[in-house]
Write a protein that binds this ligand. Structure first.
Ligand SMILES: [Zn+2]
Length: 299
C-alpha cells in the first residue's frame, strides 16, 4: 500500500522508503496543467513503481516535469528514469554541478584530499567512506538533458506557481520552492521537523567552506517569507515554520558554544573511537567543521 496524502489542492505527498539510512523521503505530485513530481527518490525499481502507483491513484498519466530540491540521491536519483519517460528535469545550476561531480567521482577525490589534509582523517578511514560513496553512486543517474534553474526563478508545477528560493547549507545549490498564493514552502532537506540536516562543504573562489554559515542565512531567508506551512523532504508537513527555524538556530548556537576543538576535526568527530562507522564519521566531520567555522566567524 502506497502512503499518499493530499496536502494542498491537487498536491499530493508520497512517502517512499529508500534504501539508505534515512526516514522515508517525501515526494510531491502536482496534478493539473503541468503534471509535476518534486523530488524523485533513489533510482531503484521499488521507488519508481511507487511513483507510478501514486500517479495512477491521482490520475496523472504522464509526468511533464521533475523538479529537484537538491542533488542528493534520495531526492534526485530517479530523475533520469522519469526523463526517459518524457519528463523535463529542472534543477538548480549550482547543484547540477555538484551532482555531476558526484556521479563522475571528482567529489570523492576532493573530499579525500580535504579530509586527510585538513581534517586529519587517517588513510585507513578512507576505504570505508569510499565504499559508501560507491554504493550511493549506484542509486542515482545523471539525465542527458536538464533545465537549469536559477534562484528566484519561477516555475509552474501542476497549477502552482513556485518560486525557487535559494537555501544553501545542506548542499551549495539547495532550492526550496515557494507557493506564495497558498503560503506553502516545499523545503526539501533545508527545513526538517525532526532533524537538522548536516552542513555540506564546497569550494567558493578557491576556498573550501562549510555550509553551516549559509544554512543560518537560509533559515533567516525562509523565516522572512512569513509562510504558514512547510512541506519537508522527510517527516511530516507542519505549520510552525517560524518556531522550527528558531529552534534549529538555538540548537546550532548551543552546539557551537559547547564544542571544544580538539587537535583535529577528525579527533573531535571520532572522539578517539577507531571503530566509528564511516557513515557516522562522515556526518560528524561535517557538523564539527561547521561549528568551527561558525566559531571563527562570529567569535
Ligand atoms: Zn534527504
Amino acid at each position: 500500500m502506497i502512503d499518499i496524502q493530499e496536502v494542498s489542492n491537487n498536491v499530493y505527498m508520497l512517502k517512499i522508503p529508500v534504501p539508505i539510512n534515512v526516514e522515508a523521503v517525501n515526494l510531491y505530485l502536482f496534478d493539473g496543467e503541468i503534471p509535476t513530481l518534486l523530488d524523485t527518490g533513489t533510482n531503484t525499481p521499488e521507488v519508481i513503481e511507487a511513483v507510478h502507483e501514486g500517479m495512477k491513484k491521482v490520475g496523472i498519466k504522464r509526468l511533464e516535469q521533475v523538479l529537484v530540491s537538491h542533488w542528493h540521491v534520495d531526492h534526485s536519483g530517479a530523475a533520469n528514469t522519469f526523463a526517459q519517460e518524457g519528463a523535463k528535469v529542472f534543477i538548480g545550476s549550482r547543484d547540477y554541478q555538484e551532482w555531476t561531480s558526484f556521479v563522475h567521482g571528482q567529489a570523492f577525490s576532493s573530499l579525500n584530499q580535504w579530509a586527510t589534509q585538513e581534517w586529519g582523517v587517517p588513510e585507513m578511514e578512507i576505504p570505508g567512506m569510499l565504499k559508501i560513496y560507491k554504493r550511493l553512486q549506484y542509486l542515482t543517474a545523471l539525465p542527458d538533458q536538464v533545465t537549469l534553474i536559477e534562484p528566484e526563478q519561477t516555475v509552474m508545477a501542476g497549477d502552482n506557481l513556485l518560486r525557487a528560493i535559494p537555501t544553501p547549507g545542506h548542499t551549495a545549490g539547495h532550492l526550496s520552492f515557494y507557493n506564495e498564493k497558498d503560503s506553502l514552502l516545499f523545503s526539501g532537506d533545508m527545513l526538517l521537523p525532526d532533524e537538522i540536516p548536516y552542513p555540506g562543504i564546497w569550494e567558493e573562489e578557491g576556498h573550501v567552506m562549510s555550509g553551516m554559515p549559509s544554512y543560518l542565512e537560509s533559515l533567516n531567508r525562509i523565516e522572512a517569507l512569513q509562510t504558514k506551512m512547510y512541506l519537508p523532504g522527510h517527516g511530516l508537513p507542519s505549520e510552525n515554520l517560524i518556531a522550527r527555524c528558531q529552534e534549529i538556530r538555538e540548537k546550532l548556537y548551543h552546539q557551537k558554544t559547547k564544542h571544544r576543538p580538539a587537535e583535529s576535526v577528525y579527533l573531535s568527530a571520532s572522539k578517539g573511537n577507531q571503530k566509528i562507522h564511516p557513515g557516522v564519521l562522515f556526518i560528524q566531520l561535517h557538523y564539527i567543521y561547521g561549528w568551527e567555522q561558525l566559531k571563527s566567524r562570529v567569535g
